[in-house]
Design a protein around this ligand. Sequence first.
Ligand SMILES: Nc1ccn([C@@H]2O[C@H](COP(=O)(O)OP(=O)(O)OP(=O)(O)O)[C@@H](O)[C@H]2O)c(=O)n1
Ligand SMILES: C[C@](O)(CO)[C@H](O)COP(=O)(O)O
Length: 420
Amino acid sequence: MQKPLFPPGFAALIVAAGRGQRMGHPEPKQWHDLGANGRTVLDHAIDSFAGAERTVVVLHAEDMVRGVERFGGRVTLVTGGATRQDSVLAGLSVLEGSGIGYVLIHDAARATCPPEVIAGVVDALSAGADAAAPGVAVSDALWRGHQGQVAGTVPRAELFRAQTPQGFRLNIALAAHRAAARHTAADDVELVRAMGTPVTITAGSDDNLKITRPGDFNRAERILAARRIAADHAASDGGTQATDTTPADGRGADTKDGAMDVRLGNGFDVHAFGPGDHVTLCGVRVEHDKGLVGHSDADVGMHALTDAIYGALAMGDIGRHFPPSDPQWKGADSAIFLRHAVGLAASRGLRIGNADVTLICERPKITPHAPAMIAALAEIMSVTPDRISVKATTTERLGFAGRSEGIAALATCTLIGGDR
Ligand SMILES: Nc1ccn([C@@H]2O[C@H](COP(=O)(O)OP(=O)(O)OP(=O)(O)O)[C@@H](O)[C@H]2O)c(=O)n1
Ligand SMILES: C[C@](O)(CO)[C@H](O)COP(=O)(O)O
C-alpha cells in the first residue's frame, strides 16, 4: 500500500487572497480555469493537499461568497489581508490551539506542485526539522543590470529559487509571523530564519510554477498535460496510476474498459483582408499585398483547427477560452490558442488522431507553403507531420472569398483516447 502523503497533525495553509495584478486580468488568477472540466487554479492547489488533517484557505473578502459556495465544509475559509504576509498570519491564527503540529504554507498560484515536492517537505519535518522548504538551484549565470547594460555577474554557487509549500512547526511559524509585525519579508522562511530557526532545503521542481504573468497559464497547461500523458503511459504499462487529473465530471476519455474512444470536431473561421504586406496562415508568414484583420494575429487556419479541437472536446470555442474583449490577446500568436486546446485534450487523456485544414481563398496561393504549414502545426501539436493535412481551394470567384475580401478556413480533427 502507498504511504499517505501526510502523517497526522499536518495542516495545509493555502494563500489565495491576492489580486493577480501582474497577470493583468480582471479576474484574479486563482479563479481561472486550468486543465479540464472547469477546475480552477485554486482547485488544483487545494487538491494537492488532499489528505492533510486540516486545510485552511485564505481568500480576499470579495471572494468569500464564491469560496463558501465552492468549498464550504471541505476547508476552513479565512479572510486575508493586504499583503501575502498578512494573509498567512490570518490563516495561521485560526490553527492556533487546534492540536495541529505542523503547517505547510502554499501559494494558490502554484497549482502544479508535484506531490514529490510536498512529500520532500513533509519528510524533512517528520525527520525532525523545525522548518523545511523546497528550492531549485540556479542553473543560469546571474547578472546584475543597470540601465540596460550588464553591470556585473553574481556568483550563483549557493543560490536557490525559493518555492512553496514552506513547512514549519506551527508554533514557530506563528511566533515568527507575530514577531515580524512591520518587517516585510519575501517569504515565510525569511521570517522564521529571523528568529534563528534553521530551515532545511528540500528538492523543488521547475514544474512547481508560480502562475504570475500572461503566458504562465500555457506553461501550467503543458505541465498538467505532460503529467496526464505520463500517467496514461504508466497505466498502460501496468504501472500504478499517477495522481491527478482525471476529470471529475466524467467527460474525459473513458478508457477504463480499454475501449478506444474517438472524438471528431470541426471548426470554421473567416477573417477579412485589410491593409498589410503579409498574412499568417497555419503558423507561416506568407507575403501578400494585404493583411488579415483580427484581434490576435488573425491566423484563420489555426483558429479553425483550434475550434475543431475544442469542438471534439465539447468545450466551446476560442472566444470562450480567450475572450476577444481581453486586451492581453491583442496581436497574440495563435499558437497559444492551439497549444491550449491540445493541452486540454491531453489533460483528458485524448491525443490528436489527425487534422485536416482547408484554406478557402483566391490568393495568396497556398500550395507552395503547405509543407511549411504542416510542419508548423505538427510541431505545435506535438505530432508527426503525416497526421496533418493543409490544402486549399477557391470558390470559383463566387462570394466574399471569390471577391478576395477575406480568407475562410475549415478544419476537422480527431482525438483518440483508450487503446493505442
Ligand atoms: N494580499 C495577498 C497577496 C497574495 N496572496 C497570495 O499569495 C500567493 C503568491 O502571491 P502572488 O503570486 O504575488 O499573487 P498576487 O498577489 O495575486 O499577484 P500580484 O502580485 O501580481 O498582484 C498567491 O497565491 C496570492 O493569492 C494573498 O493570499 N494575499
Ligand atoms: C513565497 C514565494 O512563492 C517564494 O518564492 C514568493 O516569495 C511569493 O512571491 P510574491 O510574488 O512576492 O508574492
